[in-house]
Each structure stands twice: as C-alpha cells, then as structure tokens.
Design a protein around this ligand. Structure first.
Ligand SMILES: Nc1ncnc2c1ncn2[C@@H]1O[C@H](COP(=O)(O)OP(=O)(O)OP(=O)(O)O)[C@@H](O)[C@H]1O
Ligand SMILES: [Mg+2]
Length: 252
C-alpha cells in the first residue's frame, strides 16, 4: 500500500483538574493513502481535534508513532519538523479569521512561507496571486486584510496559505463548520478539486453528508477510541457499531 500517513497506537492523556489524568486519545491507529480522504467523525469531545494535533505534532503523544511518507516523525522537532513534515502536511481550522494575523494583509501572510523558502518577493507575489486564483479568489484579494473579506473568502485564503508550501496532506478540522451552506459548498468544491489533483485529507467533520460525499474511508471515534473504520459507503450503509448507528440516526 502507498500509505502517506500512518498513525500507530496514538495515546494522549491530559491532567485532570482534581488530580489524575483524562484519556483523550486511546490507542488510535489509522492510515491514509496518497490521494485518499479519511473522514474522522464522532461526538464532541471524542478526541478528533486531539488526533489532528498529535498527527501535526502540535500535541506531544504519550505513546505511539506517526509515520509520514515512510519517515517516523514522532520525535521530529524544530528545524527537522519544519523542513520535513511541515511542508508535507498543513492544517485548515474551523475559524479562518483566527488563523490569520489581523494586522497583515492576506497576501503577506500567504507569502511568508514562500519567502522563508527562499523565493524572491516578486516570485512570492506571483505565486500568492496564482494560489488565490486556484482557491477561487481574485488575485487582488492579496491586498485585503482578513476582516475585509467574508468568512468563506477568508477560509479560501486560509486554504491558499496551506497550499503555499506544496503539502501532500491537508488536515481539515471542521474547516466548513463555521460557514453557511452556500460557502460550505464552495469550499467542498475546492477541496474536491484538490483531491482530484492527488492531495490526501484527514477530514474532521460533524456533517455526515459532507463526509459521505468527500471521504473514501471513515473512522468513527467515541471516547478517545476508533470504534470502527472502513469504506465510507459501507460504514454509512451498514454501521457495525451501535454508536455509529446512533450518529447516523442523529444526522437524519
Ligand atoms: N489541552 C487540553 N487540556 C485538557 N484537556 C483537553 C485538552 N485538549 C483536549 N482535552 C480533552 O480531550 C478530550 C477530547 O477533546 P477534543 O478537542 O479532541 O474533542 P473533539 O472530538 O475535537 O470535540 P469537538 O467535536 O467538540 O471539536 C475532551 O475531553 C477535552 O476536554
Ligand atoms: Mg474538535
């Protein structure tokens, strides 16, 4: 199998205010092949965002391994992480406004990783324009500040920034949840185009209809564990786990 990302028995607990520890993620394992979208669903607090944080190395695991493009990145830090893993995977969050610096134009935020990679200002400006257009925005949006564009446009710009480093994997944590249905459809259309181009996705989403349309496979989390995973069509048509059945019923 051509696995781009392998998460192996990831464990993460957090200290409980009164003492002891709460298990947020317990022995979670999954793999994402090149060009594949894996959906991660489950009720609030089931550990989905913690999994995203572990995979992107924003959160340190207690145990387990993360293998990206054949390389064990579990212990990667600083320079090595930035040069390697950071370029291969990027995260898109729920609130696009919060992911931009309000005092910088969208263009300057998107250009930052390009300048860090050694592109000239002129090259970076041209690339920013191309990235914005790829994400459905006019190149002129580069001069706007985050508060000067709509929520949907801001999310399009956040995706443009994520794409600037040329990632192979996008981790979307409720990337469309803050948007109205029309904007949601626009973003899903954009993600669909990126998927056709060969990008892989870890797609965290409360909306089972979006997961059904977009994800090749789906993993269902409950209380820190993956209770079932498989082809999305199979899981939604005949859920093996009682929790998944309830999740599907709740979505109808
Ligand atoms: N930094 C933290 N410190 C303490 N507990 C945390 C921390 N981050 C997450 N948790 C706990 O870990 C559990 C899983 O949280 P997580 O945010 O991963 O859930 P989620 O599935 O993303 O939920 P939602 O659908 O609401 O976004 C929750 O019980 C949460 O309270
Ligand atoms: Mg979450």
């Amino acid at each position: 199998m051509n696995e781009l990302l392998i998460a192996e028995k990831l464990v993460k607990s957090f200290p409980r205010p009164g003492g002891g520890r709460d298990m947020a993620v317990a022995e979670v394992s999954f793999a994402i092949a090149s060009g594949e979208a894996l959906g991660l669903v489950g009720e609030s607090g089931s550990g989905k965002s913690t999994v995203a944080g572990l995979v992107t190395r924003l959160i340190e695991p207690d145990r387990g391994r993360i293998i990206l493009a054949g390389k064990d990145i579990t212990g990667a830090r600083g320079h090595r992480l930035r040069r390697g893993a950071y370029r291969k995977m990027q995260m898109v969050f729920q609130n696009p406004l919060a992911s931009f610096n309000p005092r910088r134009t969208l263009g300057s935020s998107i250009a930052e990783p390009l300048l860090n990679q050694g592109h000239s200002k002129k090259e970076a400006a041209a690339k920013v324009c191309a990235l914005l257009e790829e994400c459905g925005l006019p190149g002129g949006c580069a001069r706007k500040y985050p508060h000067e564009v709509s929520g949907g446009q801001c999310q399009q710009a956040a995706i443009a920034r994520a794409l600037a480093v040329g990632p192979e994997l996008l981790i979307c944590d409720e990337a469309t949840s803050a948007l109205d249905v029309t904007l949601q459809a626009q973003i899903m259309e954009l993600l669909g185009r990126l998927k056709k181009r060969g990008l892989s996705f870890l797609f965290i989403c409360h909306n089972l209809a979006l997961v059904q349309d977009f994800c090749d496979r789906t993993a269902v989390m409950q209380a820190g564990r993956i209770v079932e995973q498989g082809r999305t069509a199979d899981i939604l048509a005949s859920p093996a786990h009682e929790y998944t059945q309830r999740l599907i019923e709740a979505a109808l």
